[in-house]
Design a binder for this molecule. Structure first.
Ligand code: 5AD
Ligand code: FES
Length: 350
């Protein structure tokens, strides 16, 4: 049954389904659920990648601390405020400030920027700054931040530990503790996972979707894992340890299945059609995500000279497009599927 109480076994069954006729049922159910609960508006969130410094060693991520090939940058307040002005000009309702876990981004410095954005604009402010200490996350909420994104990457503790080397401060449960903290501070809270991590099985992915349901997240972002050659996971140094028949692929279709099932288990959440999905399928990824459950897109506002340095995974979609071009392109795609660009902040409607 394609309803919010779908069992874990049925979730796994759908994740393994390959018959395209049968899958149409899933796509239709997800699209109808999306329409009924969050409507036809596609909310645009302008992404500003404020720093690519990172203290962490995640085995999949191109900007991990040990990758000495990366030229590191940190944007100035003035540069960030120019991107914010661009978001306003393009009619976006939200800016998302994201960075590596960068302790050079000082609590007070970011609080000041958050206050400036909230004073000067009507924008919602979303942060994605990693596993920062409680005091930082609380201070930023105090300064006016509305939302915080932190993916838990996988609900499987053993897989999590394999892809997060680095001892006590990189344990699986930390991410869940932060999700609880965020909610207790009054943030709209976002989590998510990658799809196709070496060692990730269909059963694990079904449990990820069940975890979205249990956590009652406001925002759920999922995207395919994309191998980055300068990382232990991307180079094959860490490899899949499961039966190849159980290994999930990081494809457009599987990502769409996860988007669709996520919409079904959490009907009123905000779900992006992610850049990683658009990257693995440059022609149809973005639009298929939107037609199979998603209602959000996060176009990039980072200045071009920094954008290429925010190299989390290779060959990112839209890397060389100006923010104007992306807005126009998205406008066309959203028109073509009979949807509307969202107005206002587009927070979670319960
Ligand atoms: N492929 C796809 N997604 C990735 N992320 C990090 N590295 C990769 C990769 N190689 C995702 C993680 C992280 C988010 C900011 O980017 O899920 O939480
Ligand atoms: Fe960026 Fe199409 S969405 S160019």
């Amino acid at each position: 049954m394609l309803t919010a109480d779908i069992t874990i076994y049925e979730l796994e069954y759908w994740l393994r389904e390959t018959d395209s006729e049968k899958l149409k049922e899933l796509w239709t159910a997800a699209d109808e659920t999306r329409k009924k609960h969050v409507g036809d508006e596609v909310h645009l969130r302008g992404l500003i990648e404020i720093s690519n410094h990172c203290a962490r060693t995640c085995a999949y991520c191109g900007i991990r601390a040990p990758n000495s090939e990366v030229i590191r940058y940190r944007m100035s307040k003035e540069e960030i405020m120019e991107c914010v002005a661009e978001a306003v000009k393009l009619g976006y309702g939200t800016v998302v400030m994201q960075s590596g876990e960068d302790y050079g981004v000082k609590q007070e410095w970011l609080s000041d920027i958050i206050r400036a954005i909230k004073q000067e604009t009507e924008l919602a402010v979303t942060l994605s700054m990693g596993e920062r200490p409680r005091e930082d996350i609380a201070a930023w909420r105090e300064a006016g931040a509305d939302r915080y994104l932190i993916r838990f990457e996988t609900s499987d503790p053993l897989l999590y530990d394999r892809i997060h080397p680095g001892g006590a401060n990189s344990k699986w449960r930390n991410r869940f503790e932060i999700l609880n903290l965020l909610r207790s501070l009054g943030y709209e809270t976002g989590g998510g996972v990658m799809i196709g991590i070496p060692g990730q099985s269909y059963a694990m992915l079904a449990r990820d979707i069940d975890m979205f349901r249990k956590l009652d997240l406001d925002m759920i972002g999922v995207g395919p894992y994309i191998a980055h050659p300068e990382t232990p996971l991307g180079s094959g140094e860490i490899a899949s340890d499961i039966d190849p028949r159980d290994q999930v692929p990081g494809t457009e279709e599987l990502t769409c299945k996860v988007v669709a099932l996520t919409r079904i288990v959490r009907p009123d959440s905000n779900i992006p059609s992610t850049t990683a999905l658009a990257t693995v399928s440059k022609e149809t990824g973005r639009i298929n995500g939107l037609m199979r459950g998603a209602n959000v897109v996060m176009p990039n506002l980072t200045p071009e000279k920094y954008r290429i340095l925010y190299d989390v995974y290779p060959e990112k979609a839209c890397l060389n497009e100006t923010s104007d071009a992306c807005k126009g392109c998205l406008q066309n795609q959203i028109d073509a599927i009979g949807r509307d660009i969202g107005s206002g902040q587009g927070g979670r409607k319960r």
